[in-house]
Design a protein around this ligand. Structure first.
Ligand SMILES: Nc1ncnc2c1ncn2[C@@H]1O[C@H](COP(=O)(O)OP(=O)(O)OP(=O)(O)O)[C@@H](O)[C@H]1O
Ligand SMILES: [Mg+2]
Length: 441
């Protein structure tokens, strides 16, 4: 069951609301109906699942605040229905609606809305006080939530003694202390400085990892929407024009409006390793010997290759110099010279997190799953393409060598002439190796 379900919700302000709905249903343009009323929300339908962060995004005046207010019954829809945990909130009386709000829905506002004459602790404890929780108990709970949002020890201060960012944390603590399953956040971070805002976004994601609330978050900031949202609803002129995951919105915008909107998004903070990774090419298995590894390096003009076992379990990396020394010493297997990779990514890592690892290794960043299997690689060119806001497919990735320092000493690739010479010097029945030398995954 969805936690919040909006079905064909309309909210019209003005004198002739029902007529406006009727005309809109018949296909009229809302701009032609302004004499009759303002259609703030038009035919909005969506469902929000438990534990989801559902972001509503759109320009100023697109109807976001009006929509969110229909979700906690501050406005009743002109037409359509809103269900919260299965209850149609327009059909219940005021007392029942109050109960839904105190028990299930709390709200965080853009301008904190703290009570100035109450201490920070008493502000955080407000919902519990309304609910009749005993003082000792609610003070303890308030302190616990203040600590959770990074305000340990600030309980005795008054709001005016806190910075804007800290006041917003109190607002968040107050909403969390209400212990409702649903959290509505209307531009909750929009009044904050960019760095503090970023910090709050990260903190919310971290808290959500433990709390698993159902959060409906409104913003007009696309990067914020992309960072926070499990799914995003894009609003325009009162209508929801697309609902999708950040990746879907970014890579498959429903129309020109959405495409225009997402044009400037910071892709590196939205796309994950699994969205852009490619087949690993610079890889051999540990069944292959140093000769195969060297050949693979020669082909790709790299100074190292990745090694997996035959079940694709990621083992590490071997360098050309180690292979050469090893081969000259008469060794046949790679096992003794496999070094740990400088870095690896998991499929869910954001591209932004891969820039540093990428700069530390001449090879593409290896991507491994929970079972340590090598599932792909992210070449540096792909990362740079994301920075430049191109799609990753615009770039190829073979020219991905450069020096850095890792567990193996990264150097320019050994000259292919030397590799040929070593292969010839140590040559024996090597064709069997060659047959499986590509090791493509
Ligand atoms: N109480 C009201 N009475 C009349 N019109 C209203 C009322 N509240 C909102 N509106 C109108 O409804 C439309 C949508 O407003 P809303 O506040 O929902 O937009 P928003 O997307 O939240 O914008 P912002 O990003 O500026 O907060 C606007 O045209 C606004 O003027
Ligand atoms: Mg608003």
């Amino acid at each position: 069951m969805s936690v919040v379900k909006a079905s064909n919700v309309y909210k019209v302000f003005g004198k002739r609301q029902n007529e406006v709905v009727k005309r809109l249903e018949e296909g009229a343009d809302r701009d032609d109906l302004t004499k009759l009323g303002t259609a703030a929300v038009i035919d909005a339908s969506f469902e929000v699942e438990a534990g989801e962060i559902f972001v509503v995004m759109g320009l100023s005046g697109s109807g976001k605040s009006t929509l969110i207010r229909t979700l906690n019954g501050l406005w009743s829809p002109t037409a359509g229905s809103v269900e919260v945990l299965g209850t149609d909130i327009a059909s219940i009386d005021a007392a029942a609606l109050r109960k839904v709000r105190t028990d299930h829905v709390s709200m965080v506002f853009q301008h904190f809305a703290l009570l100035p004459h109450r201490t920070v602790r008493d502000n955080a404890a407000y919902a519990m006080e309304i609910r009749g929780t005993a003082k000792v108990e609610r003070d303890q709970a308030a302190d616990r939530w203040l600590k959770a949002v990074g305000l340990d020890g600030w309980g005795d201060k008054y709001p005016e003694q806190l910075s804007g960012g800290m006041q917003q944390r109190v607002g968040l603590a107050r909403a969390l202390a209400a212990e409702t399953d649903i959290l509505l956040m209307d531009e909750a971070f929009s009044a904050l400085d960019p760095l503090i805002r970023r910090e709050m976004q990260e903190q919310l994601v971290e808290l959500q990892g433990e709390l698993k609330k159902t959060i409906i978050f409104i913003t007009h900031d696309l990067n914020e929407a992309m960072f926070l949202g499990d799914r995003i609803a894009v609003m325009r002129n009162g209508r929801i024009v697309q609902v999708g995951t950040p990746e879907e919105i970014l890579t498959d915008p429903a129309n020109d409006y959405v495409a225009q909107f997402v044009h400037d998004v910071d892709r590196a903070r939205v796309l994950t390793a699994s969205n852009v990774m490619e087949k690993a090419r610079q890889v051999v298995t540990n069944q292959n010997g140093p000769r195969v590894a060297l050949r693979s390096m020669r082909e790709s003009n790299a100074s190292a290759v990745y090694v997996t076992d035959r079940h694709r379990k990621f083992l590490g990396v071997v360098s050309d110099r180690d292979c050469i020394d090893h081969l000259r010493g008469g060794a046949k297997t790679l096992d003794e010279i496999i070094k740990p990779a400088a870095t690896s990514a998991s499929p869910d890592d954001l591209l932004i997190e891969l820039f540093l690892p990428s700069s530390e290794s001449p090879l593409p960043v290896p991507v491994t799953d929970d079972e340590d299997q090598l599932v792909g690689v992210v070449p540096r060119a792909t990362l740079l393409a994301a920075l430049g806001n191109q799609t990753s497919n615009d770039q190829t990735s073979d020219d991905d060598q450069s020096a850095g320092s890792t567990a193996v000493e990264w150097t320019a690739p050994v000259d292919t002439g030397i590799i040929d010479q070593v292969l010839a010097e140590t040559g024996d029945a090597s064709e069997a190796e060659t047959a499986s030398s590509r090791g493509d995954l």
